[in-house]
Ligand binder design. Structure first.
Ligand code: 0O2
Length: 220
């Protein structure tokens, strides 16, 4: 019995390690892009990068909520955001630019893209989400690991973090007046993003440009 429990624990540890390593690969790619940007263009488009690995509890809760069989195989196939990296950028164009630079790398394949910047959620949530697969070379061979990468601006991040707190404070039953206020705040945040980007462009003698549409779509 104890032997079985230990082998299960080791299996879970190996499973989570794959995601941890995948996350690290993406972090390294982002930090190379950031350093190279600084060097080549004297400009840093990334404000900060944060990462998180879903806990076993949170994986189990999501599997239960989505009716996914509680086996490693089923979870591996259906839960694609076990490893998550969030890239907070200065401006909206930087979020798209970073996305393009990451997903155009030869060893990255895109499984899914959700553009909540172009198409915000009903509550006002904005971010560009991509599920990318990155190869990880283990002592036992290569595994392809899905990592969810979210690209957003500081204003979007500020909004999302407050909305998250409100959502949990009210145990997901947010009063209507707060829902309306959050929606208004999302509009204000988007206006701020727009103004800041225009100012930034003026400062650099550029014409304000429209946001470029996504040129890279998931590979089937
Ligand atoms: P955390 O804190 O990142 O671990 P699902 O996960 O099934 O509910 P789906 O389709 O898998 O939804 O994912 P989707 O829509 O791409 O969004 C997943 C992640 O985006 C969330 O992860 C949040 O990080 C963020 N997100 C999406 N919608 C909202 C929102 O309305 N408000 C805020 N604040 N964040 C949002 P987790 O795992 O829920 O949370």
């Amino acid at each position: 019995m104890l032997e079985h429990a230990r082998s299960l624990r080791d299996e879970m540890q190996r499973f989570l390690n794959e995601y941890r390593f995948g996350m690290r690969e993406i972090e390294t790619k982002l930090s190379i892009l950031r350093e190279d940007f600084e060097h080549q263009h004297a400009y840093n488009p990334i404000e900060h990068v944060s990462s998180r690995l879903k806990s076993m509890d949170s994986i189990a809760e999501k599997a239960d909520r989505k009716g996914i069989e509680p086996t490693i195989e089923a979870i591996r196939a259906s839960i694609l955001d076990i490893a998550g990296v969030r890239v907070t950028c200065s401006f909206v164009t930087d979020a798209y630019r970073l996305f393009e630079l990451l997903v155009s790398q030869d060893d990255i394949s895109v499984r899914e893209v959700k553009d909540y910047i172009a198409h915000p959620k009903a509550n006002g949530y904005k971010s560009l989400h991509a599920i990318v697969e990155v190869p990880v070379f283990l002592s036992t061979g290569m595994v392809s690991v899905p990592v969810e990468v979210q690209f957003r601006t500081i204003a979007m991040d500020f909004w999302a973090s407050l909305e998250h707190k409100i959502y949990y404070k009210y145990d997901k039953q947010v009063p209507a007046r707060l829902i309306d206020s959050l929606r208004d705040a999302a509009v204000t945040a988007a206006e701020l993003d727009d103004r800041m980007e225009r100012l930034h462009r003026e400062l650099h003698g550029e014409r304000p440009a429209p946001i470029a549409p996504l040129s890279i779509l998931p590979r089937s």
